[in-house]
Design a binder for this molecule. Structure first.
Ligand SMILES: [Mg+2]
Length: 249
């Protein structure tokens, strides 16, 4: 056998003899386990609908467009500075779906502590149509009162979110830390001109919310009533879709 044939053959044998054996399969470490869990994680359908569906965005655009047309009509017969729009904040004007995703990823639900930490991060973002709607109300001479059940201690961070994103408003009325979630008293303060912002008495021409309780005198009891009980919706009440949480649960 020619030596040029033998030499490579010997080299291969030699290499095989000295090559390190393949490493044993890596044991599952906490890091790889976490990665696998994250890859497997999928938010619930309700959250995915908010995050991914065209329908969610279309509904927000649709409702804000309808509300804008209503406010334009109302402004035509009212003096600037005499009327107002009342709107809820969370899942009406600003989007907290990232908080929902983070809690679901951890296998956890809502807690007031985790919610407070979320509000401190100021990471909520405007929902589709919200910013243009508020700007239009302001341009038409309307006042904007945000009535939210975020706690009073969360109000500064909430107002910061509005400022960061250029969402205009005249007053944000948070829930007193030990106060009721019912919004009636704060709504009446807007009507009677007794808010801390020093606004005059205002005629509320439109109310926007994602929760039936955002609307004065309304509750889940409405569900059992006839269509006539919903006459204000689409007229002066405008409801945005929120399948993630609410008083319906
Ligand atoms: Mg809300």
């Amino acid at each position: 056998m020619p030596r040029w044939i033998l030499f490579p053959a010997l080299l291969v044998v030699a290499c095989r003899a000295t090559a390190p054996s393949p490493p044993p399969a890596a044991p599952a470490t906490p890091d790889t386990a976490t990665t696998s869990a994250q890859e497997a994680f999928r938010p619930t359908k309700a959250v995915r609908w908010v995050l991914d569906s065209a329908e969610h965005r279309a509904l927000f655009v649709q409702v804000y467009r309808t509300a804008t047309a209503h406010v334009e009509d109302a402004a035509g017969t009212r003096k600037a500075g005499t009327w107002a729009v009342v709107a809820d904040a969370d899942e009406t004007l600003i989007d907290n779906s990232l908080y929902q995703v983070e809690r679901e990823r951890q296998g956890l639900g809502f807690t007031s502590e985790s919610w407070h930490a979320w509000t401190e991060r100021r990471e909520a973002v405007p929902l589709p149509g919200a910013k243009a709607f508020l700007a239009r109300v302001r341009a038409l001479g309307g006042r904007i009162a945000i009535i939210t059940n975020r706690r009073e201690s969360e109000c500064p961070d909430t107002e910061a979110v509005f400022r960061i994103h250029g969402l205009v408003y005249d007053v944000v009325l948070c829930r007193p830390d030990d106060g009721p979630s019912d919004k009636s008293a704060r709504f009446q303060a807007v009507v009677q001109g007794t808010t801390s912002a020093g606004l005059p008495p205002l005629e509320v021409v439109a109310v926007l919310g994602d929760n039936i309780r955002d609307f004065p005198g309304r509750s889940q009891a409405l569900r059992a009533e006839g269509d006539e009980a919903f006459a204000d919706f689409g007229a002066r009440f405008f409801v945005l879709p929120n399948p993630m949480y609410g008083s319906w649960e």
